[in-house]
Design a protein around this ligand. Structure first.
Ligand code: GRG
Length: 319
């Protein structure tokens, strides 16, 4: 019991730290409007900037920046000045994807992180632009790391981390997963449901988690073999995360989740639970977790390390 309480306390400290780092890089609402020529235009511009900050400030588990920081520490990284902009960048990319996913043309939801979705609060056009703004701000922010690199080796690591972040969130990563997910929701029935679902989860969910692990390792100066290992761990953890998400859609409630529960089940969507059943889904999630922990241990993590405890916690998270 004490163990669980101690873990929860450390989790909220880590969440607070990650959040504080991310929010340092919010866009300046009034400052960014200085160059707009006409008063009337300024209002639209201000509301997009405000909507960007609204979506970033509205909570969330801050899991991706947290995992990046823990991986950086696992590989004994020291220059946090190059890490922090990347932590903010990955949360901005994640947040933009949620803002766009909630739009009427996609998942069409009014509740996110316990708050109104961005389009529900600011209107659709503003939410689309806020997502676009966040995606670009992410790369602008990650590039700030280059102002703090100590030598040419560190600059190369920043470039490599940028490439990973761009690829994992783009058309060969998260966007690809979203495309196939949307197609399956629009009634395109895959010939091989299991393979298709694996592809969706690997890209829509796991790709960004892989990026978090890989960027943390790269920025800390870990060798290529360790970066590959972290990609594998990230992939497994991404699948665990998504299986848990699918389970929560069935067993969770809207108030705790902070988003609409039961949506996938009601729409007859292809999910891990609809494919394998609740019991098998739980079993598979636990197997994947063990394999992910093993990979982390091969990279030097110990059972008692917070990163390992966090990975285990993902199988029983309630939101
Ligand atoms: C719009 C290109 C584009 C992609 C959208 C993120 C996403 C892809 C869709 C959202 C729906 C969904 C179930 C995605 C799977 C990943 C996932 C579970 C996201 C929610 O992440 P959490 O739980 O969210 O970490 P918080 O709010 O805690 O940050």
């Amino acid at each position: 019991m004490n163990d669980i309480r101690e873990f929860q306390e450390r989790l909220s400290e880590h969440t607070k730290t990650a959040e504080e780092i991310v929010l340092r890089y919010l866009v300046s609402v009034t400052g960014s409007a200085d160059a707009i020529p006409d008063r009337k235009d300024v209002l639209m511009h201000l509301s997009v900037a405000e909507a960007m900050n609204y979506s970033l400030e509205s909570g969330g588990k801050r899991l991706r920046p947290m995992l990046m920081q823990l991986t950086f520490e696992l590989f004994h990284g020291t220059n946090v000045q190059i890490l922090h902009p990347f932590m903010a960048a990955i949360e901005m990319i994640h947040t933009y994807s949620l803002v766009h996913d909630d739009l009427p043309a996609m998942d069409n939801d009014l509740l996110r992180r316990g708050n109104k979705t961005t389009h529900a609060a600011y209107g659709e056009a503003t939410a689309i632009l806020a997502g676009d703004g966040l995606l670009n701000l992410a790369f602008e922010t990650a590039l700030l790391a280059s102002e703090h690199c100590a030598d040419a080796g560190e600059l190369m690591r920043i470039v490599l981390a940028l490439r990973i972040l761009a690829a994992k969130s783009g058309i060969r990563g998260m966007v690809a997963g979203q495309c196939i997910d949307l197609a399956s929701e629009q009634g395109v029935r895959p010939a091989d449901a299991e393979k298709t679902l694996y592809f969706i989860h690997e890209n829509k969910t796991a790709a960004l988690i892989e990026a978090a692990f890989m960027c943390g390792a790269i920025l800390a100066g870990a060798p290529a073999t360790s970066v590959d290992r972290m990609e594998e761990a990230g992939s497994r953890i991404g699948h665990v995360f998504q299986i848990r998400d699918d389970i929560l859609d069935v067993t969770g409630n809207t108030a705790t989740l902070g988003k609409t529960a039961g949506k996938d089940e009601n729409s007859g969507k292809l999910t891990y639970v609809s494919l394998r059943g609740l019991d098998q889904a739980k079993e598979d999630m636990e197997d994947e977790t063990e394999k992910a922990v093993q990979t982390l241990k091969e990279a030097g993590a110990r059972e008692e390390d917070f990163i390992v405890r966090l990975i285990r916690y993902l199988t029983y998270r309630d939101h």
